[in-house]
Write a protein that binds this ligand. Structure first.
Ligand code: NDP
Length: 342
């Protein structure tokens, strides 16, 4: 689309993700463009606005945020704030009459997600959660292979998403701003991607939780969560996430006559899709090469397309709510030491 017809985005919160990924990705979009910025830091706002050619009247603070209502250049508000602030800014954004793209996790709790969904529906605006993996070629290809039963029925899934963090003072280690620890931040990828590729919803979960005693990083939030999900088709998924181990971002779907594995599955780039299947008495492994895309540009253009053609996004607010319902069951299972039905 020519720039004049592209959907205009206001990006709220100029932190790491916004500055390093989202703003550069908007320059690569075909249906979306950056039209406004919202930040609590006037100096940063001025600098970033100059860099991206955003006029001073399209720059807002958290206090003047609601005035976006009067800005015709803004169609979408993209919330890139700490998790605990998503609910407030999504609801205020919806009340300003703008469509909302919200970073993952959607909120801190399922109850907050319900409030956000009802505010958006009342305002008549679309709500999408930024689940970029749904717009990533290797993960989509794996999903298609499951749907086509290329290796027969899926039986079990193994998924990890782990990394190490060190900054005790970061909002990710504060319960009120983060909602939880490794689970909602990075474990969420195992949960959401497994649901996405299997195309079904878990009916029961069982979980363990652990935090290294005395580690100040885990005073308010958890370190490790390991959980199983049982699906109606009989598939069992084994998932784990940890905030204090060497990075590992992979999953494997084991099917009757083969498996599919993605290394760097949840990363911004570098995905490697490998399959293995029986070939006579031998086993043949193969790497399926696919062109990479910019996941952030792909997800924003998807949302813009939904707005231009009045369609429901592929990852609507209900998708975020469902993940929070399952995460609450996971925490409950870990607390009670028994399986929890969804
Ligand atoms: P950062 O801490 O780097 O940035 C958050 C920004 O929010 C800050 O820079 C600040 O911007 C603003 N902010 C407003 N109030 C506060 C507050 N009380 N404390 C801290 N920051 C505040 O976080 P990230 O960019 O890493 O994460 C932002 C969101 O994006 C989270 O929901 C996270 O889960 C999600 N995320 C998603 C990823 C993905 O791959 N989809 C990857 C990384 C994060 P300012 O100074 O402009 O006001």
């Amino acid at each position: 689309l020519p720039p004049s017809r592209r959907i205009g985005y206001a990006v709220v919160g100029l932190g790491h993700l916004a500055l390093e990924e989202i703003l550069p990705a908007l320059s690569n979009c075909k249906k979306s463009k950056l039209t406004a910025l919202v930040s609590g830091s006037p100096e940063k706002l001025k600098k970033v606005a100059a860099q991206y050619g955003i006029a001073p009247e399209n720059c807002y603070s958290y206090q003047t945020y609601d005035q976006i209502k009067n800005n015709k250049e803004v169609d979408v508000i993209y919330i890139v704030l700490p998790n605990g602030l998503h609910k407030e800014y999504v609801i205020r954004g919806a009340q300003a009459g703008k469509h909302i793209l919200c970073e993952k996790p959607m909120a801190n709790t399922a109850a907050e997600c319900r409030d956000m969904l009802s505010a958006c529906s009342k305002a008549g605006v679309k709500l999408m959660v930024a689940y970029r993996i749904h717009y990533q070629p290797h993960n989509r290809k794996l999903r298609e292979m499951i749907q086509k039963k290329e290796f027969g029925v899926a039986k079990f899934v193994e998924a990890h998403n782990s990394q190490s963090t060190a900054n005790v003072n970061h909002w990710r280690h504060k319960k009120a701003l983060a909602g939880g620890g490794a689970l909602p931040d990075i474990g969420l990828y195992c949960l959401n991607t497994t649901r996405f590729v299997l195309g079904e919803e878990p009916v029961e979960v069982f979980a363990y939780q652990y935090s290294t005693p005395g580690n100040p990083l885990f005073k308010e939030i958890e370190e490790l969560v390991s959980w199983q999900m049982r699906f109606p088709s009989g598939v069992i998924a084994n998932c784990a996430t940890d905030y204090d181990v060497h990075e590992s971002r992979r999953y494997r779907v084991n099917c009757k006559t083969g498996w599919m594995n993605i290394d760097q599955a949840y990363a911004y780039k570098g995905q490697k899709l490998t399959t293995s299947k029986a070939d006579g008495l031998m086993k043949r492994t193969e790497e399926i090469g696919l062109a990479e895309n910019n996941q952030f540009a792909a997800e924003m253009d998807h949302f813009s397309d939904c707005i231009l053609n009045n369609k429901k996004p592929f990852t609507p607010g209900e998708e975020g709510l469902q993940d929070h319902i399952i995460m609450e069951a996971i925490y409950q299972s870990a607390r009670e030491g028994k399986p929890v039905k969804i």
